[in-house]
Design a protein around this ligand. Structure first.
Ligand SMILES: [Ca+2]
Ligand SMILES: [Ca+2]
Ligand SMILES: [Ca+2]
Length: 257
């Protein structure tokens, strides 16, 4: 009986040591999953075509965008999107338009050479264009927009798209080629909009657009911003404002009225 009992004890010890080793390995390797697009681990964890892992259910909504150089995470109780390079159609052509959601979206097309029209819709969105000629429309909320290369047009459809109290921020505005398009708002006014220059006082005519260069302090460093302001209702005060990083010299050629 001694030998069989000894063999059983050795076997039990081997199994225990094997399990311990597997648990130790799993601590570091058990999340190394190979997920293909549209694969579904279960009803609440899915991978979509933009290489985003979506976790939903039980009051949790989290999106993790997997890229070669970055990990972008969005959490929200309601709809929110991280979109990266969705401008290629299945046949490799450029898609026309990309839409965000009513939540705070990150739409990053910095790696694309397509000409894109990007709508952020509601929420405080981050819109990033690529090297093509892009139209960026942040919609409501205080959005951050970067056109990158090409001729970029920052489009405003409504006065409330960039308010004085929560204005958008445009990075990398190229005064030699880029535009701020206010034409949809000006058309609804019924009177032509006009550019009145740098620091000029509003005179009470609807549709006047001006800009100011201001210095601001961030982390103790002095920086310049260019504040574009508009008095659309003619009451002598601005109800529309959007900021460009850096000090710029703007002309009427930078605007679409
Ligand atoms: Ca949005
Ligand atoms: Ca906005
Ligand atoms: Ca661009």
């Amino acid at each position: 009986m001694l030998i069989p009992n000894l063999l059983a004890a050795v076997l039990a010890l081997y199994v225990l040591l094997s399990l311990k080793e597997k648990r130790t390995k799993c601590r570091y390797q058990c999340f190394a999953l190979n997920l293909s697009k549209h694969s579904a681990l279960d009803s609440q964890i899915k991978v979509d075509e933009s290489h985003t892992i979506n976790f939903t259910g039980k009051g949790i909504a989290m999106k993790i965008l997997l890229t070669a150089s970055a990990l972008l995470i969005a959490t929200s109780a309601h709809a929110s999107e991280i979109i990266k390079q969705k401008t290629r159609t299945p046949d490799g052509g450029c898609a026309q338009t990309i839409y965000g959601t009513s939540g705070a979206d990150i739409i990053d097309e910095s790696g694309s050479s397509c000409d894109e029209t990007i709508f952020g819709l509601g929420g405080d969105d981050t819109l990033i264009g690529g090297s093509g000629n892009d139209f960026l429309n942040g919609g409501g909320g205080a959005d951050t927009m970067t056109g990158n290369g090409g001729v970029n047009t920052y489009v405003y459809s409504d006065v409330s798209d960039s308010s004085v109290s929560g204005n958008d921020y445009i990075y990398g505005f190229n005064e030699a080629s880029d535009f701020i398009d206010l034409s949809a708002i000006c058309r609804r006014l019924g009177t032509p909009c006009s550019f009145i220059g740098r620091g000029t006082a509003f005179t009470g005519h609807p549709g006047q657009v001006r800009y100011q260069v201001r210095n601001v302090y961030k982390n103790g460093e002095e920086e310049f911003i260019t504040l574009v302001q508009a008095d659309f209702d003619g009451d002598g005060t601005a109800e529309f404002s959007t900021s460009l990083d850096g000090g710029h010299t703007l002309t009427s050629a930078n605007f679409r009225f």
